[in-house]
Write a protein that binds this ligand. Structure first.
Ligand code: GDP
Length: 501
């Protein structure tokens, strides 16, 4: 049976709607329900009644609006028209890391929910359709494995012209549509505008930034298709729009630190093939004995010149953080026979293997040196799944990233993630856990030594908002009328991972 939150006292509407959609839904996507077998009860987080109702309504709307028959709209409407008055958000997958893609996908879904739009993913480029279950019918559309002509370089988007995109109804003849930019739509006062491309990537024009203004949102109500291009997490910015947070987001998510956790567990769940790998590794490595404590350490270096190299300073900081913070027993810890031996599985994810190698050696050496007493030592087993060396944009690497993000998210006892890493944000948010945030960023982490501790406790499991709204910020100009004066939403006070923002 499908249980979105098996810890829930009540079976909510959304659970019922999925359950009644037949056991097949579960069979097609085992991770959706089975993930809760691996999560401690305190990390189940049942949906609020308001949100489960909203999700059930969304599911019905999505099913009605996303009906394309072999690529042709099944409604007899003009192709450019929204089907039967429906409105859509089309998520365009970017050429970047999986963490960025999942963050922006969840933000797009939050936007779709608050604006009553159906979210669909154009699978013409990218890998998500091969990694993630399909949460709603006809959620994916596009020409698999066919690169669409667009004006993207890897990380360099020109916002002057929007990329072309494909209407679901035009799949059959492959005609690409041109969406207008947000600036162009605003200049036309949204009159006769069918599709707007919103650029919410890390580099934006002043026009792009008007997206989070009430007037812009009013204008967009007239537009059938919003083409969502982003690599960032913007849910806190949605909370800052009064119309969204008072009526919707706040009632749905009374605890603002659970938004990604709950949306991500609907949207970012692995397909069966990926899930089987996760289960296999978990069983063999993370839960090799009953009541093994599980700790995840995510090491992500963003230094430009030594991305692939090992840093002694970084290694020292990681060990200091996890040992002093009580996440991992120190190499020499012994346990009394009465207590039995503590068993700890420590998953280390990193592009490089050296951090894992060094930790494993150090703990193993301590066992050897302690001879007889080693039998009473805490058993600490280090686990590494892959070490890819460098970041690449490939399905294979994305699959490994998915496996490791999920394994981290199933570490029920403690997580240490790297500051400014979207890979780590997704893991901690799926886990619903306050991580320790490792201060290992930058070219010369040793320069931080006198200033920063090795790590700090994250204030929230939520991903970091990299571009917070401040009315005085030059990179984020205030809206013409005003969003800021609309009151202080809970999210405005939320400072997830505040040491990193
Ligand atoms: P960010 O760059 O840390 O914000 O995270 P992203 O996920 O957006 O991009 C980094 C990409 O590099 C990932 O998606 C992976 O493809 C790869 N990568 C980085 N760290 C790891 C890791 O620990 N394990 C694996 N398997 N891949 C990683």
């Amino acid at each position: 049976p499908v249980m979105i939150n098996s810890g829930s006292d009540t079976i909510n509407d959304f659970e019922v709607s999925l359950s009644s959609a037949a056991e097949d839904v579960d069979a097609d996507c085992l991770s959706r329900s089975q993930q809760y077998m691996y999560r401690k009860k305190e990390y189940h987080f049942p949906l609020s009644k308001a949100f489960s109702g909203a999700l059930a309504r969304y599911t019905r709307m999505h099913s009605q609006c996303c009906v394309w028959n072999n690529g042709l709209a099944d409604h007899g409407h003009d192709e450019k028209e929204a089907v039967g008055g429906c409105q859509y958000v089309v998520y365009q997958e970017g050429y970047e890391g999986l963490g960025n893609r999942l963050l922006s996908l969840v933000a797009a879904f939050a936007y779709a929910l608050v604006t009553n739009r159906a979210l669909v993913i154009d699978t013409t480029r990218g890998h998500l359709a091969q990694l993630l279950c399909e949460p709603f019918p006809n959620y994916y559309y596009g020409e698999k494995d066919k690169k669409m002509k667009n004006n993207h370089d890897n990380n360099n988007i020109s916002t002057a012209t929007s990329p072309t995109w494909l209407l679901p109804s035009q799949l059959a003849n492959g005609v690409h549509q041109q969406a207008v930019t947000l600036e162009e739509a605003m200049a036309a006062q949204f009159v006769n505008v069918t599709a707007v491309h919103v650029n919410l990537r890390h580099e934006q024009t002043v026009g792009d930034q008007q997206f989070f203004c009430s007037e812009t949102q009013q204008g967009l109500q007239k537009v059938a298709w919003v083409i969502w291009e982003s690599n960032q997490y913007y849910v806190p910015r949605l909370f800052m729009l009064r119309e969204f947070w008072t009526m919707k987001l706040h009632p749905w998510f009374p605890d603002v630190s659970r938004v990604f956790t709950q949306l991500g567990r609907v949207l970012c769940v692995p397909r069966n093939a990926v899930w089987h790998t996760i289960q296999h590794v978990h069983k063999a490595e993370m839960a090799w004995a009953p009541s093994t404590a599980q700790v995840g350490i995510q090491v992500r270096r963003h230094a430009v010149s030594d991305n692939a190299s090992f840093s002694e300073v970084v290694y020292r900081r990681i060990v200091e953080c996890v040992v002093d913070g009580g996440l991992v027993p120190p190499p020499m810890t012994t346990t009394t026979p009465q207590q039995g031996t503590t068993k700890v599985a420590v998953l280390v994810t990193s592009l490089q293997s050296m951090y894992y190698d060094k930790m494993r050696e150090r703990w193993n050496d301590a066992v050897v040196q302690n001879g007889e007493s080693s039998s009473r030592q805490a058993q600490v087993k280090f686990v590494m799944v892959s070490h890819e060396g460098t970041e690449q944009y490939s399905l294979n690497q994305a699959r490994k990233a998915m496996v490791e993000i999920w394994l981290l998210s199933l570490c029920n006892d403690a997580l240490a993630t790297s500051s400014w890493s979207t890979f780590g944000y997704v893991a901690q948010a799926l886990a619903g856990m306050h991580p320790r945030i490792l201060n290992i960023r930058g070219e010369h982490p040793e320069l931080d030594e006198p200033v920063l501790s090795a790590c700090s406790r994250g204030q929230s499991p939520e991903p970091c908002l990299h571009y917070p709204f401040t009315s005085s910020s030059s990179s984020s100009p205030a809206c013409q009328a005003t969003t800021a004066s609309a009151g202080v939403a809970p999210a405005a006070r939320m400072a997830p991972n505040s040491s990193d923002v």
